[in-house]
Design a protein around this ligand. Structure first.
Ligand SMILES: [Zn+2]
Length: 237
């Protein structure tokens, strides 16, 4: 793997800092008989929901774990977030309350962007059709908790996310499958990424004669809570 490879699926190290209400629920129900119902019961409780959301938000630096968009910033249409099980709880009941199988993904449930003639499939990440319907190959799907997930993708100037050029054929297959399952090359995301990259290059070129100002600008723009942080790092880091 080459060091300049960057993530699209953002790496989340395994955490020992598990929200207590989630942990106690997992203790009570290590293998729920009806995972969907058990999960709904958990998230209906405001305290449980808030505690988990706060923990994941901090763990992910406020970014969607899949596309790296800012979750609570109106600059990105304020699309909200939902809890996503990386591997489906219906197929893996033991992972229903597993903190390392839980992430925040973009789009509040019910608040997804509607398709139109120009952008026929604007919904990505946890609510993308293939991910939402669990219609993917688990062995090919690159999980945010895979320690090497950050090595699979790179970003083009037009905003496209592609498998990193240094990958072998089986890793390229995994990257392509993951991009497809999460719909990470929808028009909406490509445009947002392209705008981010283009704007960065423009400002970097305007500031290139003043090294101190440029350094300060890049320090701010490469903070871990910035949308598309890994596309930023790849291009101007
Ligand atoms: Zn997303």
């Amino acid at each position: 793997m080459e060091s300049q490879a960057r993530a699209s699926v953002k790496y989340l190290p395994v955490s020992s800092d598990i929200p207590p209400l989630l942990q106690s629920c997992k203790k009570r129900q290590p293998i729920p008989i009806n995972p969907t119902e058990a999960w709904q019961r958990f998230t209906r409780r405001t305290a449980s929901r808030k505690q988990l959301k706060t923990a994941l938000h901090a763990r992910q630096n406020g970014l969607c774990v899949y596309c790296e968009i800012t979750l609570d910033n109106s600059e990105n249409q304020n699309i909200g977030s939902h809890f996503d099980h990386i591997l489906p709880k219906e197929k893996h009941p033991t992972l229903t309350f597993d903190y390392d199988n839980l992430v925040l993904s973009c789009f509040a449930t019910g608040g997804e962007i509607k398709a139109d003639e120009q952008d026929t499939a604007p919904v990505s990440c946890g609510h993308a059709e293939l991910k939402r319907t669990n219609n993917f190959h688990e062995t090919l799907f690159i999980k945010p908790t895979d320690s090497n997930c950050e090595h699979y993708f790179s970003f083009e100037l037009d905003g496209g996310a592609i498998p990193h050029a240094g990958l072998g054929s089986s890793d390229t297959d995994k990257a392509e499958h993951t991009l497809e399952v999460l719909n990470l090359n929808c028009l909406r995301l490509k445009r947002l990424r392209e705008d981010t990259i283009t704007q960065l290059y423009q400002i970097v070129s305007e500031l290139h004669s003043d090294n101190d100002v440029l350094k300060r600008f890049l320090t701010l723009e490469l903070q871990e809570n910035k949308s598309f942080i890994n596309a930023r790092k790849q291009h101007v880091g």
